[in-house]
Design a protein around this ligand. Sequence first.
Ligand code: HEC
Length: 238
Amino acid sequence: MKIAYNVFPFLFVVLLFIMNSANAEHNAINDTDVVIQPPQEKTVQIVTACDGRKKVIVEGYYEGEVMPVEKSRQVAQLLMSLMEFCEEEITAKLPESERTIYVSVNGLPFESVRDIEELPLILAHGDKPHTERQQRIWKAEMDRIIGEGYRLFHDPSLGKNGISCDMCHPDASNTHPETYPKFQTQTGKVALLRDMINWCIQNPLEGNVLADDDQRMKALESYIISTRAGKILVPGKH
Ligand code: HEC
């Protein structure tokens, strides 16, 4: 009997030990939870130029973060410099601490430049800014869209009554694209060239207006503007 009483404190200690180790195991699981979280990605903000082919990766700022004015100016100037090399695809990287700029041209590995002035060396354009091949492609594309505009200008299918633009504007005469934008009494507000094109489609031709991104609108504008190449722009002139 006496011996049995002496055993109780011992059992109590054993019980405490078991409970403690169970708790420790639980903590261990929690620790593992923390460890298996994915490692934090490097914070960067990617700024893309309007041609979609030049990018600046700004390290140390997250997407959408407002950068200090010094930094945003540096990014804007860098993008402007990159835009000079219009046909190339260029990604520049601005590290957080170093002053070096890393540049990758047309998917090639990044090279470091101390100054953006060094870019032409990397691009190695030589004296010619654009190759003959590029110029041929650009001209062919221009001829194609202007030709399409010419065809539409002479095509009554833009409307519903058999009338086409050329019947009143032979050779695109009196379309005055160089005077746009300008106030138009017909619409009571400042119009772009395309608004007047649509106005004439709706009125004399009794057709349906063309959306801004309609390829036919782009073609008509291209043809009309091409007939006034070299003219001085006088927006607002009547
Ligand atoms: C029935 C004759 C007629 C037809 C057909 C016609 N237009 Fe016009 N268009 C006019 C007249 C008249 C004006 C002048 C409106 C004004 O400025 O007051 C005009 C104005 C314009 C202007 C603005 C010119 C300016 O001086 O600002 C453009 C651009 C134009 N037309 C394009 C077109 C196009 C494109 C078509 C074919 C989809 C077309 N027109 C069909 C009679 C016509």
